[in-house]
Write a new protein. Structure first.
Length: 452
């Protein structure tokens, strides 16, 4: 019967391509008739991602269901799992991963290092000494929309209304009691000048616990004024605050685990962000065996502790504080796109295999290395865009992936280009990657301005 995927964007598109190559039927639930994956799916249920009745129908067409992203309504899906619908990864495995606060708590229980953090409502209650009323609830689908205005570092636009049957916003008393409960668990933070805990300093990073992606829901706060603005405009119970990490490099690791408990990891890669959106990925990262082993051990600990089945992606910081986990993504990931051309099995083919109940295949690099470059919406006109894509498609050792999205907004991921690298020496390979990146950006430049 094949597999089911909830979601129809570019990750689902590449899953569908991998499923077709393996002869595995792939059935899709997605709201848009023109979504990137629709044309390759065996069947399509056109329905909202959170429509559990549609997911039930999807389950009748396939053996197991997975998700394109982590905006999953676990409560709505729980009755389906109780009735025997198979989800891979399971809803129990996903539960601590779909919320950034729960991610941090999980990593703490496993003694896996992360940046120092605390719930924003603990800090806000200590700083302000009064309760903070909640905002209107925001659905996961609304959270995935672009409702943060990142043109100003702290500014948050008007909240998008949640579903009509959503619970009412927390009252001031409810918000106060939530903060009180957190203070009981965390204690009153000793505050340094500027309202931060002792030992902290600006800038700091505020993150919405749900719905953030590509920099949305992540704000860098540079002053007490910006922190105060944030506290006035959001429900602090739905945010966490982290120390800003002075990292030397950003790294990422795609890992996987099958039903039998076998674990495998793709090569550790280096990533680079532009306005908090992935710009490029270099595989493999220049890293010692000890550093790579540490990342692999973190991944194996996480996958095993969660009894996780599927592909999981880990974003990492490396610097003076050592190796820290930044975020976890329970799915295929932008940092693993290079694996289509440069590994013995891609992250997408791996996910298809595991969701279909097959054993994983240990991935190996099939080339000296690879550079993956994202093609972000940059305001280019239609004719210039077509000409640029035609030029990119002719570059040597390069493969163009164009997602066919509707409405190319600034900063939106519209496609990517993977270049297979030739140099075996790490230093020469890094130089080759820089030269190829320069070549690609000469054809498809990054957006020249910040985007909302």
């Amino acid at each position: 019967m094949g597999i089911g995927i909830v979601g129809g964007g570019q990750l689902a598109l590449m899953l569908a391509e991998a499923a077709r190559q393996q002869g595995v039927p792939l059935h899709l639930q997605t709201p848009g008739a023109a979504d990137p994956a629709v044309g390759l799916a065996t069947t399509v249920l056109q329905a909202k991602l959170g429509d559990a009745s549609a997911t039930l129908e999807l389950s009748r067409r396939c053996d197991a269901i997975s998700f394109e992203n982590e905006w999953v309504d676990l409560d709505a899906l729980a009755p389906l799992a109780e009735a025997g619908v198979v989800f891979r990864p399971s809803l129990e495995s996903l539960a601590p991963l779909v919320d950034k606060r729960q991610q941090r708590e999980l990593l703490g229980r496993l003694s896996i290092p992360t940046p120092r953090w605390l719930p924003l409502n603990v800090l806000s209650s200590a700083v302000r000494g009064k309760p903070v009323a909640g905002l209107e609830p925001v659905s996961d689908e609304a959270a995935a929309a672009n409702f943060f205005d990142s043109a100003v570092p702290w500014q948050v636009a008007s909240p998008v209304p949640g579903p009509a049957d959503a619970a009412p916003p927390a009252s001031g008393d409810q918000a106060f009691h939530a903060a009180e409960a957190d203070r009981d668990a965390w204690g009153e933070p000793g505050l340094a000048p500027g309202g931060l805990p002792q030992g902290w300093a600006f800038p700091v990073v505020a993150k919405a616990i749900r719905g953030g992606y590509d920099g949305k829901g992540t704000l860098i706060l540079r002053s007490t004024a910006e922190l105060g603005q944030l506290l006035e405009q959001v429900d602090p119970a739905l945010w966490i605050l982290e120390e800003f990490v002075a990292f030397e490099r950003e790294l990422a690791l795609v890992a996987c685990r099958d039903r039998a408990g076998a674990v495998a990891c793709y090569p550790l890669v280096e990533t680079h962000q532009h306005h908090q959106v992935c710009d490029w990925v270099l595989a493999p990262a220049q890293a010692s065996h000890a550093l790579e082993a540490m990342a692999h051990n973190m991944a194996a600990s996480l996958l095993t502790a969660l009894d996780y089945v599927g592909v999981l992606s880990i974003e990492l910081f490396y610097g003076p504080a050592g190796l820290l986990i930044n975020e976890l993504a329970p799915r295929t990931h932008n940092s693993g796109h290079y694996s289509i051309e440069a590994c013995s099995i891609s992250q997408f083919a791996q996910q298809v295999r595991i969701v279909a109940g097959q054993p994983l295949q240990a991935p190996q690099l099939s080339a000296a290395g690879a550079l993956m470059v994202n093609l972000l919406g940059n305001g280019m006109g239609e004719s210039d865009c077509s000409a640029a894509l035609a030029t990119l498609a002719t570059l040597p050792q390069a493969t163009l992936h164009w997602y066919g999205k509707q409405g190319p907004a600034l900063g939106r991921k519209l496609g990517h280009l993977t270049v297979v690298l030739q140099a075996s020496d790490p230093g020469e390979r890094a130089l080759e990657a820089r030269q190829r990146l320069q070549q690609i950006r000469g054809i498809w430049p990054l957006p020249s301005q910040e985007w909302a």
